[in-house]
Design a protein around this ligand. Structure first.
Ligand SMILES: [Zn+2]
Ligand SMILES: [Zn+2]
Length: 733
């Protein structure tokens, strides 16, 4: 008999970030299960906690009793408990943060809604002879013993879905609706049928289908150009998976999760789709969650956090646009959905399918190293061609005395669009506010000699600084590349572009979309609709407009300054540039009139710009991989970033130095860089300083690093400094 329980306290605090042992009072023995929420004493108060496991014995003395069980059913599944443990270890978070990630807050705190559908044994089951069918007998005895259970619960008890179906056919069990369905819509989405696939598409689907028939976990990368019909493969893969009585999870970036997309999936799998994203109200979220738990929803469509959806018997996990940085959570727990998905695929022996037109270097590298099966699609579904991309050399514009923000070519094309009453999209990346120094005459950018990232200008100190290794250099008066004097701070924003367009075309209507103009959700979809309905001729925007938008009227895409992305002080800058240019190119040539892309840059011969212009991923990949290899950046290494922040500038450096000294022993097997001011040195009154550890397979150091972090939290001098630890950060600004 288990007399003790290991409990994690439900308080977000480093002080209680360890399991506590409690004894189970007699009246609760036999009722307690791992994953349950319990009330326990802590000091002189009562608090909530989660049972991690039950113990037969413990070395801890003078234990206190568990006070009560909150709900007779465990809130967390066995899989979620195991996943939370892995999450805390891999991503350096508190166990409670990891557990919280598994369940929506509303679900933890409030009383859960009633289950909509449960399976119960029928009267016939009492007298049925099931001696020769031990699996069915077991299932019936569970139901008779425990009463009606949801399909999911029954499967968790070890009953196969197939067995339940057989019993249903025999009339020995039936599913009954306890309350009205949770995911039923008042108005059903128009149903859609599977499309006939092209040869290339069918070939990829064949391979996916084969993988779904295999017993083990499998990772696949679907590399398909924009509009090559990846979604149809996803849908038919999901259908195959449902036929096998398994469930499916599909993740898309939050911004792509439009009503149209949701309708598309609901139409294909009516009554089976739960949708999870951040705009749901609390009750909507609870309903969706409940529908998944009960087994009513067998397909989950959602953004990043949907990766934790409590689906049982997952057969297929799909991550669309797998290269997107939004799959990495930037707050605690700082997990990457791709890694979590792969963990779950292995746990469930499922297929993980990653899809992208511009796969992340990490994923593509794995497909070359045979860890992942590569599927490629090079043709578009519709006969339209990929648009021609023209690269404009802005240094030349200057040399020939054209100083406007728009090159002569872009102006000419814009005039054409307006004359012909077509639509244009002007794109400017404004990510990060970090400024860099660029020579207008030759395109030279001052970079760190050892890290190859651009140096960030700190205006107040008149210095440029590498925020990886802390290398400093004065701002040059003349260009080290060409000796010219037009070397200065570079920045460009959407507001500036808007002003210029208004000056040029006062009578033309335009829309600007960026974080300032679309703070509300409605604004975003309003602008989208207005532009789609051709109420405006020009749309100006940030990366927000680069994704998923499909406007047949757009015949021109102008990238105003590719340099803002290319020179981000981040080792992934060339990769981001390639992805972004490919994505914006995909926004045109969708209609019968075709389209054109114009890219303005001071680096017209940079490989990521040339490769994007040629729609040539492989060339880009090979070049970029070689650079990463030489500088030992991922995928050839792991990075751990320790970010310190505080309103007190002196304290933040002292804390960073104190901590970095503790990391010194790791310098033997990994490269220790910093502390250095972060590229975004001051955000919301907070000074930010970082130390980076770079090396091969750093996961092996995790236990030792966790000790150092604990040391920091318990023994650091009393600085008011926050420490955030990030394993393989996607954005290092
Ligand atoms: Zn450096
Ligand atoms: Zn120069």
């Amino acid at each position: 008999m288990h007399k003790y329980a290991e409990v994690i306290i439900d308080l977000v605090s480093n002080a209680v970030d360890r399991p506590f042992h409690y004894s189970i009072p007699t009246h609760l023995q036999g009722k307690l299960e791992p994953g349950m929420q319990v009330t326990v004493p802590l000091g002189n108060r009562r608090t909530q906690g989660f049972v991690l496991r039950l113990l037969k014995e413990t070395a801890v003395e003078s234990l206190r009793d568990i006070i009560a069980i909150k709900d007779p059913e465990p809130l967390l599944t066995k899989e979620q408990l195991a996943l939370a443990h892995w999450l805390a270890m891999r991503w350096y978070c508190r166990k409670i943060d990891a557990l919280h990630a598994m369940i929506p807050a509303s679900f933890r705190k409030e009383k859960r809604p009633k289950k909509p559908q449960v399976i119960e044994a029928t009267a016939a089951a009492f007298g049925a002879d099931l001696k020769r069918a031990p699996a069915q007998r077991e299932a019936v005895s569970i139901l008779l013993g425990k009463g009606p259970l949801s399909r999911n619960k029954l499967i968790q008890q070890g009953v196969k879905a197939e067995t339940i179906r057989t019993l249903e056919k025999k009339g020995l069990v039936q599913s009954i609706t306890v309350s009205s369905g949770q995911i039923k819509k008042e108005k059903a989405a128009p149903s859609t049928r599977p499309h006939l696939m092209r040869d290339e598409q069918a070939g990829c689907f064949e391979q996916l289908s084969t993988a779904l028939g295999l017993p083990g976990a499998q990772k696949m990368l679907l590399h398909g150009v924009t509009a090559s019909g990846k979604t149809e493969i996803y849908m038919q893969g999901i259908a195959r998976c449902l036929e096998q009585d398994r469930t499916a999870l599909i993740m898309v970036p939050e911004i792509s999760l439009t009503p149209q997309m949701i309708e598309h999936f609901e139409g294909r799998f009516p009554g089976l789709v739960a949708v999870l994203h951040s705009r749901l109200t609390v009750s909507e979220k609870n309903r969706q969650w409940q529908a998944i738990l009960s087994g009513e929803a067998r397909v989950v469509l959602g953004a990043r956090s949907a990766v934790f959806a409590p689906l049982a018997a997952i057969g297929l996990i799909i991550i669309d646009e797998e290269h997107e940085t939004t799959y990495k959570q930037e707050d605690t727990p700082r997990y990457h959905a791709r890694d979590v998905a792969w963990w779950r695929a292995r746990y469930n022996r499922a297929v993980l399918l990653l899809g992208s037109a511009t796969p992340s270097l990490e994923s593509y590298y794995q497909s070359m190293e045979d860890d992942t099966l590569l599927l490629s699609m090079k043709e578009r579904v519709t006969p339209t061609q990929l648009p021609p991309v023209k690269v404009v050399d802005m240094r030349r514009e200057l040399k020939e005395n054209h100083r406007h923000i728009f090159s002569r070519l872009l102006l000419e094309e814009l005039n054409g669009v307006i004359e012909r009453d077509e639509q244009a999209l002007l794109f400017i990346n404004r990510r990060g506010f970090a400024g860099f120094v660029l020579c207008r005459e030759c395109g030279y950018v001052v970079r760190c000699p050892s890290c190859d990232v651009s140096l960030t200008l700190h205006k107040d100190r008149e210095l440029m600084c590498c925020h990886y290794c802390a290398h400093e250099a004065p701002v040059p008066q003349t260009c080290p590349g060409c000796g010219g004097i037009k070397i200065r701070y570079f920045s460009a924003g959407t507001q500036r572009v808007e002003d210029e367009v208004r000056k040029l075309y006062p009578a033309v209507s335009l829309i600007r979309m960026d974080r300032d103009t679309t703070s509300s959700r409605e604004a975003h979809s309003n602008y989208y609709r207005q532009f789609k309905d051709r109420k405006a001729s020009i749309l100006i925007g940030t990366q927000m407009i680069a994704k998923g938008f499909d406007f047949p009227g757009v015949t021109l895409v102008g990238v105003v300054a590719a340099d803002t992305t290319l020179n981000l002080p981040d080792f992934r800058a060339p990769e981001r540039t390639f992805q972004l240019l490919t994505q914006v190119s995909g926004r045109t040539a969708r209609g019968p009139k075709g389209g054109k892309v114009i890219v303005q840059t001071y680096h017209p011969s940079h490989y990521s710009i040339l490769a994007a212009a040629d729609h040539d991923y492989i060339t880009f990949y090979e070049k970029e991989l070689e650079n990463r290899r030489q500088l030992a950046y991922p995928p050839f290494s792991d990075l751990i970033r320790f970010l310190f922040s505080s309103e007190d500038e002196k304290a933040v450096f002292e804390a960073a130095n104190w901590f970095t000294d503790l990391l010194e022993p790791f310098g033997a097997s990994a490269e220790l860089m910093g502390p250095a001011p972060a590229s975004l040195y001051r955000i919301k009154e907070q000074y930010r300083v970082q130390t980076i550890l770079k090396g091969k397979s750093l996961t092996r150091l995790a236990p030792a690093i966790r000790k150092v972090i604990r040391e920091y939290h318990t023994h650091k001098p009393p600085w008011p400094v926050r420490l955030a630890v990030d394993f393989n950060p996607q954005v290092v600004l």
